[in-house]
Design a protein around this ligand. Structure first.
Ligand SMILES: Cc1cc2nc3c(=O)[nH]c(=O)nc-3n(C[C@H](O)[C@H](O)[C@H](O)COP(=O)(O)OP(=O)(O)OC[C@H]3O[C@@H](n4cnc5c(N)ncnc54)[C@H](O)[C@@H]3O)c2cc1C
Length: 348
C-alpha cells in the first residue's frame, strides 16, 4: 500500500489532521489502538474564544475561531451529521467587580464579538444564582464521541485505519519516504497525545501532563438549555443528563478517578443548583499540556518527513483544525509554519 501520510493516533489531533488531508485530496492510513482512557475520549468538547478567568483572548483566537467554523461546517456537510452545538456559554458573574469588568471589557472592539454587551438574568428557579450572567458568543460544544466515531467508521469503510499499537521498531525512514510493514508513505505524523512518552523519535518533548476529572449526573427539572460556567462548566447533554467539569490537577498522571476531584465537582454543583441529583459516572483523563501552554508542531530535527502534532492540553478542539491546516499548508504549499507552536523550541 502507498499513501501520502501514515498518521499515528485517532484522537482529536489525528482526526483533524486526517480530515484536512482528505479535503486536500491526499491519501493516508491511520494506526490507532482504541483506548477509552485517552483525553479525547473524555473531553467535554467545549470551544470558547475567551480565557474565562480574565475575559482575555488567547493566542491567534480570531484566526482559530474562523477556521474552526469552516472546518466543522465542512465536516458536518461531508458526513451529514450534526456534531456542533453553537449555543454560547453563560458565564456567572458573582460580584459587582466581575460584572463591571465584563461590561467594560465587552466594549473593547477586540472582544465585543465574543462578549454580550448586557448582563442576563436566567429564568431558572433551580439555580441558586439567577443573576448576573454574561453570554460568551462563538462558543459551544462539539459532540466529540460522535466526531471520532463518524470519522473512524468512514476510515473502516475505506480501509484506511488499523486498530493496533504502532511498533516503532518496524519503521524505516528514508530521505524521500518511510516504510512501515507493507505500507510505503511519503510522510508520517505522530498524534499520540500523552502516549508520546513511548515514542523514541519524540520522547524528548517536554509535556506537563494535567489530569482532569468530570462527572455525568442526572438532574430532573434542572432544564438548562445553554452551557453555564460557574467555577466549572455545566453542560446539558439532553435527557436530563449533564456533564460537570473539568478539574485540573498537575500532581497525578494516572487515569484513575480522583476522589478529591469528585468532591470538588459535587461541592460546586451543590453551591449552584437547588435540586436532588444522581451521579451516573466519573471520567478522568490526562491532558497533553505543555510548560508554555503552546502545542508542538513540525518535523523531527533529523528527519524532514517525520512530523508531530501534540501538546493540545486545553482547547484541543479549537487548536487541532487550525494547526493541522497550517502544517499541511507548510508541507504542500510552502506556507510558513506558525513559529509560536514550532517543535524547534523544544530542542534549540
Ligand atoms: C477531563 C478533560 C476534559 C477536557 N475538555 C476539553 C474541552 O472541553 N475542550 C477541549 O478543546 N479540550 C478538552 N480537553 C483536552 C482534550 O482532551 C485534548 O486537547 C485532546 O484530547 C488531545 O487529543 P490528542 O489527539 O492530542 O491525544 P489523544 O486523545 O491522547 O489521542 C491519541 C490517540 O493515539 C492513540 N495512540 C497513542 N499511541 C499510540 C500507538 N503507539 N499506537 C497506536 N495508537 C496510539 C491513542 O489510543 C489515542 O487514540 C479535555 C481533557 C480532559 C482530560
Amino acid at each position: 500500500m502507498k499513501v501520502d501520510f501514515i498518521i499515528i493516533g485517532q484522537g482529536i489531533a489525528g482526526t483533524c489532521f486526517a480530515f484536512e488531508l482528505l479535503q486536500k485530496n491526499k491519501t493516508f492510513i491511520i494506526i490507532d489502538k482504541q483506548d477509552d482512557n485517552t483525553p479525547s475520549k473524555v473531553a467535554l468538547g467545549i470551544y470558547n474564544p475567551l480565557i474565562l478567568k480574565w475575559f482575555t483572548k488567547p493566542w491567534h483566537i480570531d484566526h482559530q475561531i474562523s477556521f474552526f467554523y469552516k472546518f466543522f461546517n465542512s465536516f458536518q456537510s461531508f458526513f451529514c451529521k450534526n456534531i456542533m452545538f453553537d449555543t454560547g456559554i453563560y458565564k456567572f458573574l458573582k460580584t459587582p467587580y466581575d460584572q463591571n469588568t465584563w461590561l467594560t471589557k465587552s466594549m473593547s472592539p477586540k472582544r465585543k464579538k465574543y462578549m454580550s454587551s448586557e448582563l442576563f438574568k436566567l429564568e431558572n428557579k433551580s439555580l441558586i444564582y439567577n443573576e448576573f450572567y454574561g453570554l460568551v458568543k462563538s462558543a459551544g460544544r462539539i459532540d466529540i464521541p460522535l466526531f471520532l466515531k463518524t470519522f473512524r467508521n468512514f476510515c473502516i469503510t475505506n480501509k484506511c485505519i488499523v486498530n493496533e499499537l504502532f511498533n516503532y521498531d518496524h519503521l524505516t525512514i528514508k530521505k524521500d519516504h518511510v516504510k512501515y510493514n507493507d505500507i510505503t508513505s511519503s510522510n508520517i505524523i505522530f498524534c499520540e497525545g500523552p502516549a508520546v512518552i513511548n515514542n523514541p523519535f519524540f520522547n524528548w518533548i517536554k509535556l506537563k501532563p494535567t489530569k482532569g476529572d468530570l462527572l455525568h449526573i442526572k438532574c430532573k427539572n434542572l432544564n438548562l438549555d445553554k452551557i453555564l460556567h460557574a467555577s466549572l462548566l455545566f453542560i446539558p447533554l439532553g435527557g436530563e443528563i449533564y456533564s460537570i467539569g473539568a478539574t485540573y490537577d498537575w500532581s497525578q498522571d494516572d487515569t484513575l478517578n480522583t476522589s478529591n476531584a469528585r468532591e470538588r465537582i459535587i461541592s460546586i454543583f451543590e453551591k449552584n443548583v437547588n435540586l436532588p441529583y444522581t451521579i451516573i459516572d466519573q471520567k478522568s483523563g490526562i491532558r497533553p499540556s505543555t510548560f508554555d501552554r503552546r502545542a508542538f508542531v513540525g518535523s523531527h530535527p533529523d528527519h524532514s518527513n517525520v512530523y508531530i502534532l501534540n501538546g493540545l492540553g486545553t482547547r484541543g478542539i479549537l487548536l487541532a483544525p487550525y494547526l493541522s491546516n497550517n502544517l499541511i499548508d507548510s508541507i504542500y504549499f510552502k506556507k510558513n509554519l506558525l513559529k509560536e507552536v514550532s517543535i524547534n523550541r523544544a530542542y534549540k
